[in-house]
Design a protein. Structure first.
Length: 412
């Protein structure tokens, strides 16, 4: 009888490895589930070496970047949940969605999911083989839906979660787009004036004023133009070095924590980032727990998806304290990183046995606060950026027109 190596997660969130005998891969998965574990990988043993059941699958070309964006993943999840809810078998639903998918890379992944199901794998096991597309949150919720026999409900809830997270992200990006665009245009205009326009005016002033002293503002602009023209290459290299250094720092755990702490300490922006991360944490944890994912595993997934290294480190402490027997509210409060409102509502949820529902309410409240803050920040930044652009370009233009006025007076 074939032997299968498996990796699974127990109800405490710990990984378990083992070997079993079963006629098929599907029965091997069923045996692992009967022991109370959630399988994440089941591989057949061939010639003394474990080989994944999907190793024989046809591989497509290497794809750079994500095969599907967050919006597309949400649409796929909602369509899959709707088909399953309508009574269509899961494998048949994947085949239908695969035929209508227009993105080649994602269509190939959907096909591989169907092949894995046909070979006896569970959907969660198949999803876990594509971590670039399906995050731990996605796989964990699907695994919980498989264990509870409520796959269509979990898929539709997961679709709502992904769609709401994407709407919030788009609102924040849209709010930041305008000031970034204005700042970029300002830099390009100033660079063009300093490199091409101001030097030509210098020649005109030297010919017409014949050595006469220029106004102080004009001299300052001319000096700035000389500096930019002489050191432009070094300035460009310095900007590139700053971005490269930032990427290198963020690639390390210490650098991520330092950068996250710096962002959280920034006025206005820091509080906005904190509220966004807290809302994401609360919604992730509440959604996972509401679908039957064990608390420790849910905390691990919420930690990995909160989006801030400082809060992720705090959630590691929360996980360890809860594992040691502490209440979630007490563990959150001990880190001094989470708002009092979150801690208080989590405590109420634990007392009433409605922690998942309370976390959802916390997430909704903070999402509304983030929306209000983003709207207010946008209303404040738009006129400020216009004034900044006008002052910057206007100063250079005035500096160039002052000598022209003197030239006209001399000629008259």
């Amino acid at each position: 009888m074939p032997r299968f190596h498996y990796t699974a997660i127990d109800r405490s969130g710990h990984q378990r490895d083992g070997v079993l005998e079963a006629p098929t891969g599907e029965q091997a998965v069923a045996q692992v589930k009967q022991t109370g574990l959630f399988p994440t990988r089941v591989a057949a043993e061939a010639e003394g070496r474990p080989v994944s059941l999907s190793a024989r699958r046809r591989r497509g070309p290497v794809v750079f970047g994500r095969p599907v964006n967050a919006r597309g993943l949400g649409e796929f999840t909602r369509q899959l949940g709707t088909l399953v809810q309508a009574g269509l078998p899961l494998l048949r639903s994947l085949q239908v969605l695969g035929r209508q998918e227009r993105r080649p890379a994602f269509r190939r992944i959907i096909g591989e999911l169907g092949e894995a199901l046909a070979a006896g794998d569970s959907l969660s096991v198949a999803l876990a083989r594509h971590p670039r597309v399906f995050a731990k949150l996605y796989v964990g919720m699907v695994r919980a839906g498989e264990a509870g026999g409520r796959m269509e409900v979990v898929l539709l809830q997961l679709a709502r979660f992904l769609e709401k997270a994407e709407r919030i992200r788009r609102r924040i990006v849209a709010a930041l787009y305008y000031p970034v665009a204005v700042l970029t245009v300002t830099v390009l205009i100033v660079a063009g004036l300093m490199l091409f326009v101001v030097p030509k005016f210098r020649v005109i002033f030297q010919e017409q004023l014949r050595g006469a002293a220029l106004p102080g503002l004009t001299q300052a602009v001319m000096a700035a133009s000389d500096f930019v023209g002489t050191h432009f290459l070094w300035m460009a290299l310095a900007v590139g070095a700053v971005f490269a250094l930032q990427a290198a720092v963020r690639a390390t755990a210490v650098g991520q924590r330092w950068t996250s702490a710096l962002v959280l300490g920034t006025p206005v922006v820091g509080e906005l980032v904190r509220r966004t991360a807290v809302a994401r944490f609360a919604r992730t944890l509440g959604t996972l727990m509401g679908n039957g994912v064990p608390i420790l595993q849910a905390l691990q997934i919420a930690r990995d998806t909160c989006g801030n290294a400082v809060l992720a480190a705090a959630l590691t402490t929360v996980h360890d304290r809860v594992q040691a027997g502490s209440a979630v509210a007490a563990a959150l409060e001990s880190t001094h990183c989470f708002p009092d409102m979150l801690v208080s509502l989590v405590a109420v949820g634990e007392e009433t046995g409605a922690l998942a529902e309370m976390l959802g309410r916390v997430a909704d409240a903070y999402d509304e606060e983030v929306d209000t803050a983003v709207g207010g920040l946008t209303s404040l930044l738009e006129p400020l950026m216009i004034v900044f652009l006008a002052l910057t370009v206007g100063t250079i233009v005035i500096a160039l027109f002052l000598p022209i006025v003197r030239i006209i007076q001399t000629m008259s």
